[in-house]
Design a protein around this ligand. Structure first.
Ligand code: MG
Length: 349
């Protein structure tokens, strides 16, 4: 099934967020994504997208700058079914642009599953019943707004919330959320904001609020600090900024409980599957997270849900508008069995 006449194109979209999205490093009110289309000679169109993160050195402009080289790799391989070779050659071509590579990886996986007329999870041999509920993120804001956002999240049926921390009022924030949502599954993300000693002291107080775990308490540049916190924390620790690529998994294995992977950090769907297996081999639990992204890329991440312990795939739920539609998420539950389309399920609304 070689593709002799592949056609490729890409376009940039600026997508407004429903609320300004605040984390310890800053606040944004829109996100820029780049969608990629790979079309075969039979009219099947694979859709993917990059949700670049400036924290990892990528922007929509850097994605657009390298996409011609990455799409040239796909055309040169000439057979979109050779996903392993495509991902490997893309990495050899532009190592430092994982979101751009992920966009192409997703588009090729979507195209292959569409050609085979199966949803992506089925191409991978996964059970759609083993799906998960995504967490929904409450970004940093003033306390009253965070309270309102939490109330709205509960009204929408979300049963697992993630709260951004890393401020001088972290305890008040969690107290406020718990006041509104005493029963909800809840975890927090400090996005590297604390020093190791601060983190231990804060987590000891946060542990009174029935939290599931704490994500990225200290800067990734301080791996010993992460170990210091892990060895003293009364709550489980998840590593996000400390866990970027496959090579990071063994490095964090003795200093956290949960590896938080993201497609936009690791560079592709096959690479993400290798990271999941490697994390399991090291005894870690696995969460798949995301950036603020369109459903053109979130849809693909959803198909990995049966392999995960935690799904943090609310990227498109945080948007005010998204030209794409993906896997249905009634009340935040990733409904793979309810997806009645082949491929990732991403399509223009
Ligand atoms: Mg995080």
């Amino acid at each position: 099934m070689a593709d002799t006449d592949l056609e490729t194109r890409f376009e940039r979209h600026a997508l407004p967020l429903e609320y300004p999205f605040g984390i310890s490093r800053g606040t944004r009110s829109e996100t820029e994504v780049v969608t990629v289309h790979v079309e075969d000679g039979d009219g099947n169109v694979g859709i993917g997208a990059a949700g670049p993160s400036a924290h990892y050195g990528e922007t929509a402009a850097t994605v657009e700058a390298v996409l011609p080289d990455l799409l040239a790799v796909v055309e040169d391989v000439g057979d979109t079914h050779q996903l392993e070779r495509i991902e490997r050659r893309m990495r050899e071509t532009v190592e430092r642009n994982p979101a751009a590579r992920t966009a192409v990886s997703i588009a090729c996986h979507d195209l292959v599953a569409k050609r085979l007329e199966v949803p992506l999870y089925r191409y991978w041999g996964l059970d759609p019943a083993e799906t998960l509920e995504t967490s929904y993120t409450i970004g940093l804001d003033d306390l009253e707004t965070m309270r309102e956002k939490t109330e709205t999240a509960l009204e929408r049926g979300y049963g697992r919330l993630k709260v951004k921390l890393g401020t001088d009022r972290d305890i008040e924030i969690v107290e406020t959320i718990r006041d509104v949502a005493p029963e909800v599954d809840l975890f927090v993300d400090a996005n590297e904001a604390w020093t190791p000693r601060e983190a231990v002291a804060r987590i000891e107080r946060l542990a009174e609020y029935d939290l599931e775990f704490v994500e990225q308490p200290v800067p990734a540049e301080n791996p010993e600090g992460l170990r210091f916190v892990y060895e003293r924390s009364p709550l489980p620790i998840a590593a996000d900024e400390s866990c970027v690529t496959l090579e990071d998994v063994p490095r964090i294995a003795d200093r956290c409980d949960i590896a938080n992977l993201k497609l936009m950090k690791c560079g592709g769907l096959r690479e993400a599957r290798r990271m999941i297996s490697t994390a399991r081999a090291h005894g870690l639990e696995v969460m798949l997270g995301c950036m603020t992204e369109s459903d053109a890329s979130i849809a693909a991440a959803c198909h990995l849900a049966p392999l995960l312990d935690y799904a943090d795939l609310d990227g498109a739920l945080l948007l005010a508008e998204d030209p794409y539609d993906g896997v249905p998420m009634p009340d935040g539950r990733i409904d793979l069995a309810g997806l009645e389309r082949s491929g990732t399920g991403a399509r223009l609304e």
